[in-house]
Ligand binder design. Structure first.
Ligand code: NAD
Length: 171
């Protein structure tokens, strides 16, 4: 059975890892769609699709599992988002998402959709990690060590801080 999970992974954190490891027990292969692939260099979406793919792969390759990581950009039409995804990724049987919009769109298309249990969402969230980065707090403890290393290698915290300056324009 092939499963699907969609996320922005800004950045990939231990909450994401926790549910993905749980999903691996239920499927033979997992498609991991890196959503909002066109977005980067903003306060909400600081990392490029390529950087996010590297983060996920650097962690998951240690495990004996089958997965495909596919970047997909957003489209304006929620109503045709699922068929749009279907045209770009291999067939899948089951969808896992904690995001109510994502769950609704796949359910309406007839898919089996499961809501995974959240793993300490108050701290294991991209928003909290980005907040800590901006405030010089400990963000490293919330991400796998491979992800922390990639963020440091690309000067990710410095990027986020530069983006938060009020003279920095978003295009
Ligand atoms: P996310 O990175 O916030 O989360 C990814 C998954 O991990 C979600 O299922 C979430 O519930 C789960 N998760 C997050 N923290 C967790 C924790 N602590 N414990 C357990 N699970 C946790 O990404 P998201 O916002 O769900 O991503 C949805 C993507 O789909 C976005 O890129 C969005 O733009 C895209 N989308 C696009 C369209 C469109 O283009 N029209 C429509 C719907 C969704």
């Amino acid at each position: 059975m092939r499963g699907l999970i969609v996320g922005r992974f800004q950045p990939f954190h231990k909450g994401h890892l926790n549910i993905i490891l749980d999903i691996f027990k239920k499927v033979d292969e997992l498609i991991i769609v890196v959503g909002s692939a066109q977005k980067s260099h903003t306060l909400e979406n600081p990392f490029t699709a390529g950087e996010r793919i590297l983060m996920i792969d650097s962690v998951l390759k240690k495990y004996d599992t089958h997965y495909l990581i596919i970047p997909i950009k957003d489209i304006e039409y929620n109503s045709i988002w699922v068929p749009y995804l279907e045209s770009l990724i291999p067939k899948f049987d089951i969808v896992f998402s904690g995001n109510s919009l994502v769950r609704e769109l796949f359910k309406e298309r007839g898919y089996i959709v499961k809501k995974p249990k959240l793993f300490n969402r108050a701290i294991y969230s991209g928003k909290e990690i980005r907040r800590r980065m901006l405030n010089n707090e400990n963000w490293e403890e919330l991400v796998p060590e491979e992800v922390a290393k990639i963020i440091k290698d690309i000067n990710g915290v410095e990027r986020l801080k530069n983006l938060s300056r009020d003279d920095y324009y978003e295009n």
